[in-house]
Design a protein around this ligand. Structure first.
Ligand SMILES: Nc1ncnc2c1ncn2[C@@H]1O[C@H](COP(=O)(O)OP(=O)(O)OP(=O)(O)O)[C@@H](O)[C@H]1O
Ligand SMILES: [Mg+2]
Length: 294
């Protein structure tokens, strides 16, 4: 680089910094948030949309697992996704989290983050947490240690944690323990928990990262009725604070989550077949047919 180009670069940078300082000064208390929104890589939720999937198509050897799928999830919304086996529900989550790359379409987090340009690890980092069907906790560690590790997965605190937990971090772990009903089991080895408790622990591990959007694939599969009910209460307590996308076959659970007033989305052959209140989509002839047809 020639000296005059370097000088030009320095001048531009300085002028940008000065302009940002001016904006910060004018916007007073809002300056920090404003600065954050401007920074690349920070999702903007000001428009109320957490996730926007548009015309997404995924083919596996010519078979379209997702076929021009479009759906939007609002900030704080709890959205249940139902649909017969093979409808594309898990594939949709794979696309959102960067595990599978769509052939066409777009997936946007907030109003500005193009998820299709990000790597899987970066997608997790910007606030999208995913729960797979099988619990994946560290069996040999205690419940508390599992949560501690989940906190350390956050790059920002990993270095600090290497020394010891701060009071604030302890409080966070305590709050999550209460929320996932495992306060009394904090010192228990995770491997000794029931299947349902392991699922809650894994959800707790996701919560330690404070994700804006949580994707939960068949979270109550294999749970007892009581565990299922408690899981519904847990998700309802997270609604508002987080956006949740819940894929589930258990209609009683979906009913508990939607409380007769929330919209559910029915997927079939890789696209949205119907959307509406659970009772309405269950009475929908097209929906009845795809369920009977399996
Ligand atoms: N990696 C892959 N390679 C080939 N085909 C795949 C792959 N992943 C998914 N599929 C196919 O895509 C379709 C959608 O699968 P997906 O797992 O998304 O369905 P689902 O709605 O999650 O079903 P379920 O309710 O059984 O979990 C299925 O026909 C599946 O066989
Ligand atoms: Mg699936």
């Amino acid at each position: 680089m020639t000296p005059d180009l370097m000088e030009e670069g320095t001048r531009r940078r300085e002028s940008l910094i000065a302009r940002q300082a001016e904006i910060d000064a004018r916007s007073g208390g809002r300056s920090a948030a404003y600065g954050r929104v401007l920074r690349a890589g920070t999702p903007d939720f000001a428009h109320g949309v957490a996730l926007y999937v548009e015309d997404v198509t995924v083919s596996f050897d010519g078979f379209k697992a997702l076929n021009s799928l479009s759906l939007a999830v609002n900030v704080g919304e709890l959205r249940c996704i139902i649909g017969p086996n093979g409808a594309g529900k898990t594939t949709m989550m794979d696309c959102i989290t960067g595990k599978t790359r769509p052939d066409a379409g777009s997936i946007t987090f907030g109003s500005n983050i193009d998820l299709m340009r990000l790597k899987e690890a970066d997608i997790a980092q910007i606030g999208i947490g995913r729960k797979f069907q099988k619990p994946t906790v560290y069996e040999q560690l205690s419940v508390f240690e599992n949560l501690e590790l989940a906190l350390a997965a956050d790059r920002r605190v990993r270095a600090a944690l290497l020394s010891r937990l701060s009071g604030e971090q302890l409080d966070r772990i305590g709050a999550v323990l209460t929320r996932i009903h495992l306060k009394d089991e904090a010192q228990r080895t995770a491997g000794l928990l029931s299947h349902g408790q392991k699922q809650w622990l894994e959800i707790g591990m996701l919560l330690m990262q404070d994700p804006k959007l949580l994707l939960l694939d068949e979270p109550v599969a294999g749970m007892t009725d009581e565990e299922t009910e408690r899981t519904a209460d847990l998700f309802l307590s997270l609604e508002g604070e987080h956006s949740l996308v819940v894929v589930e076959h258990d209609m009683k659970f979906v009913d508990q989550l939607t409380q007769g007033r929330k919209k559910v989305t029915v997927l079939h052959e890789g696209s949205v077949l119907a959307e509406g209140l659970l009772a309405d989509v269950q009475a929908n002839q097209k929906v009845v047919e795809v369920y009977l047809g399996r």
